[in-house]
Design a binder for this molecule. Structure first.
Ligand SMILES: Cc1cc2nc3c(=O)[nH]c(=O)nc-3n(C[C@H](O)[C@H](O)[C@H](O)COP(=O)(O)OP(=O)(O)OC[C@H]3O[C@@H](n4cnc5c(N)ncnc54)[C@H](O)[C@@H]3O)c2cc1C
Length: 400
């Protein structure tokens, strides 16, 4: 794979840098730097989405007629890399990068013209209603029922671990419309406004002290059949297509490379037995190994980006990308925690980060490490657990 950039690519890089230097304020960079949760703070992400939207850069991978940029894979790569280097907040993927590809493929023209512009403008904010208590890895066992009544479905049941449901005004949901055949054959994909009577959201507070996930209850919720995506009882195909984008739709190596840079800064400042960690051969080896794994993932992501630019979906290989990136991310933050030593005491970070307004007393680079360490534990669970991804790789990629 040739990774040299053309003159035009370098010009494009300069244009992106210039834009970021002008539009990304120091306050936004600082707020993004303090993010310790899976998604950036909602207000911050939506503010950045508006700025990108004005420039026409909010959804590079969408078809051009719907607001995409028509960039080459290399330009998308450069854009991601420069955004990560500049410390730009990530956009919330639930609508833009997860539901949107599903609507492009399975949505009706009415659904596309209603939902896509509102997703882009930020008028609609989505959450994902897949998992239920008892139906996570074994998702096809889900029980939330949708029973037909006239032109509507009446939905009853509950969804759990629903990220950002407390902010969302819409939920895309898997519901059971048939209990007679194979479990996968009786599932339907519905789009539901959260303001519909009968929906209740209750918070779940995580080990890191964050309110990011929720449980959502449906009690006789009336949903027009026209809010269905794809045919009735064929929602499993739609659901799996969306998961490919959740697991492998976005490049994470630019962010990992920034994390590796932070790791090196820590290694230059922190010592062990009077010696800088950066001079410790054992510690240097650990950083080098992470760098090599990141580089290998980068090549895989680049070829995935090229495939997606040809209109193909990420495919089951996205499970490979998901597991690899999560393993690197978790190992990297674990190494940071090892390096910052006593600054990693949990209470110190939580006091600083969770609204108690106590000033952080340690070095800047250590402030978010413990909270990120705790939050990153969830990465090998959400979007499908590590073991489940391994099963998919064995079956669908290796054909075992
Ligand atoms: C932070 C966070 C955010 C999330 N956000 C959302 C969201 O927005 N929307 C949503 O719908 N869901 C969301 N989820 C739910 C997530 O998709 C599920 O937690 C995940 O699929 C695992 O399901 P489970 O929790 O029921 O665990 P289980 O399925 O009960 O799994 C428990 C353990 O058993 C293992 N296991 C299960 N089956 C197998 C198997 N066949 N072979 C080997 N090992 C197996 C798993 O790997 C895991 O270690 C979120 C989860 C987290 C942690």
């Amino acid at each position: 794979m040739d990774l040299t950039f053309s003159v035009e690519d370098e010009q494009f890089r300069n244009e992106v840098r210039g834009f970021l230097a002008e539009k990304l304020t120091p306050q936004m960079r600082e707020a993004a730097k303090k993010t310790t949760t899976v998604f950036a703070d909602k207000d911050l992400a939506m503010r950045w989405q508006q700025i990108l939207l004005k420039k026409g850069w909010a959804v590079p991978s969408w078809p051009v007629e719907h607001g995409g940029t028509g960039w080459s894979p290399t330009q998308k790569y450069i854009f991601n890399e420069e955004c990560a280097k500049a410390g730009a907040p990530g956009l919330i993927p639930l609508g833009l990068r997860m539901l949107a590809p599903v609507l492009f493929r399975y949505g009706t023209d009415e659904q596309k013209s209603h939902y896509l512009p509102r997703m882009l403008s930020g008028e609609h904010y989505w959450c994902q209603g897949y998992s239920e208590p008892g139906s996570g890895s074994d998702l096809s066992s889900l029980k939330t029922a949708a029973v037909k009544e006239g032109d509507d479905y009446i939905v009853n049941g509950t969804k759990i671990w629903t990220t950002h449901a407390q902010f969302a005004d819409h939920i895309f949901c898997l519901v059971r419309t048939d209990t007679t055949g194979r479990p996968q054959a009786g599932i339907t994909f519905l789009l539901i406004p959260m303001s519909t009577p009968g929906i209740k959201v209750e918070p779940i507070i995580t080990i890191a002290g964050d309110h990011e996930v929720n449980q959502v209850f449906f009690d006789d919720v009336r949903v027009p059949q026209s809010y269905r995506v794809g045919p009735e009882n064929e929602g499993w195909t739609v659901a799996k297509y969306l998961l490919e984008f959740e697991r492998g739709g976005g490049g994470v190596t630019p962010r990992l490379k920034v994390g590796l840079g932070e790791m090196k800064t820590i290694a230059e400042k922190e010592t062990n037995g009077g010696r800088r960690l950066a001079d410790d051969p054992g510690f240097r080896k650990k950083i080098s190994e992470l760098e090599i794994r990141t580089r290998a993932l980068e090549f895989a992501e680049l070829s995935n980006l090229a495939r997606m630019s040809r209109g193909e979906s990420p495919g089951p290989e996205s499970s490979l990308a998901k597991n690899t990136s999560v393993e690197i991310e978790q190992d990297l933050v674990t190494l940071k925690l090892e390096a910052i030593q006593h600054y990693g005491l949990p209470h110190a970070n939580l006091i600083s980060l969770n609204g108690h307004n106590e000033p952080w007393v340690g070095p800047d680079y250590a402030e978010t490490v413990t909270a990120r360490y705790m939050n990153s534990r969830a990465a090998s669970v959400f979007g499908g657990s590590r073991e489940v991804q391994k099963n998919i790789i064995a079956k669908a990629v290796l054909g075992l």
